[in-house]
Design a protein around this ligand. Structure first.
Ligand code: PAF
Length: 282
């Protein structure tokens, strides 16, 4: 496994892979890797000839009062995990490679996709995500890029950006990986103590309550919302940012679900903000 920091070295490796007609699979990450990331790597290994993973904690997607400074930096453990998965290439760019001195270009998806839900609390977040992902796509030039469904809105925004910028990249969104008790894996789970971890189960329990109602035929957005809220009512220490029943592509709130919907939740447990979601389909 090659660990590459320099842009020119990466470009040489990518050109060699292209010359050898290798299908390049790419998993962009911010490190602090867990089984969720490794499931993306496994999908890339199955479907591609060369698998590249980037590790870059992108400063521009964190708001001023968010956790950029304390975000877990675990490069040694991360590269060991990736070597164990037989990844071909790990790209660990320096901040100046991605944001050179004087950098003043942004990539931004406009409209509801980047104004609603997460964006209400984190107004600059998606501009940071799309800017870094666009740059990484330029550098790695993958055929397929893999993202986790846990960051549902992010995956919708990145799909839009990829299409709008005519990148010839297939965006694959892989299922959320959960602990056996339902908690969605997240690098931010590391911030939780045992009591908070129990409280964090409110998110998946809320989603599973909505799923149970959906499976019994409930199709009213309001009723699904009430079912999720009823779970949170049992957790006085968890503060809900939003519960939303939306169209999975447009993110428009749904009064009535016809074929499918996404149930999205964001909530704070102590200082830690967690998100989770579930797709419900006929
Ligand atoms: O999902 C993440 O880890 C990040 O948002 C991403 C896509 C790597 C961009 O920094």
């Amino acid at each position: 496994m090659r660990i590459i920091e320099a842009e020119d070295e990466l470009r040489t490796a990518v050109s060699a892979a292209r010359a050898a007609e290798k299908r390049i699979g790419f998993v962009p990450t911010m490190g602090a890797l867990h089984q969720g990331h490794l499931s993306l790597v496994s999908a890339a290994k199955r479907e591609c000839d060369l698998v590249a993973v980037s590790i870059f904690i992108n400063p521009t997607q964190f708001g001023p009062n968010e956790d950029y400074d304390k975000y877990p930096r675990t490069l040694n453990e991360d590269t060991k995990l990736l070597a164990g998965e037989d990844v071909d290439l790990v790209f660990t760019p320096a901040r100046e490679t991605i944001y050179p001195e004087g950098c003043s270009t942004w990539v931004e998806v406009e409209g509801l996709l980047t104004r609603t839900l997460e964006a209400a609390q984190r107004p600059e977040h998606f501009r940071g995500v799309t800017t870094v992902v666009a740059k990484l796509f330029q550098l790695v030039a993958p055929d397929v890029a893999y993202f986790g469904r846990k960051d549902f809105q992010q995956s919708v925004v990145i799909r839009r950006m990829t299409h709008d910028l005519c990148y010839p990249i297939d965006i694959q969104v892989c299922e959320t990986i959960r602990d056996p008790d339902g908690l969605a894996l997240s690098s931010r789970n590391q911030y939780l103590n045992e009591k908070q971890r129990q409280q964090a189960l409110s998110l998946s329990k809320g989603l599973f309550a909505a799923r149970a109602m959906f499976e019994h035929g409930e199709r009213h957005g309001d009723a699904l919302h009430v079912a999720v809220q009823a779970v949170f009512d049992e957790y006085a220490d968890v503060s809900v940012d939003y519960i939303a029943i939306v169209d999975p592509e447009t993110l428009e709130p749904l009064e009535t679900v016809v074929d499918r919907c996404a149930v999205l939740i964001a909530a704070r447990v102590g200082q830690t903000r967690l998100i989770d979601n579930l797709m419900l389909e006929n």
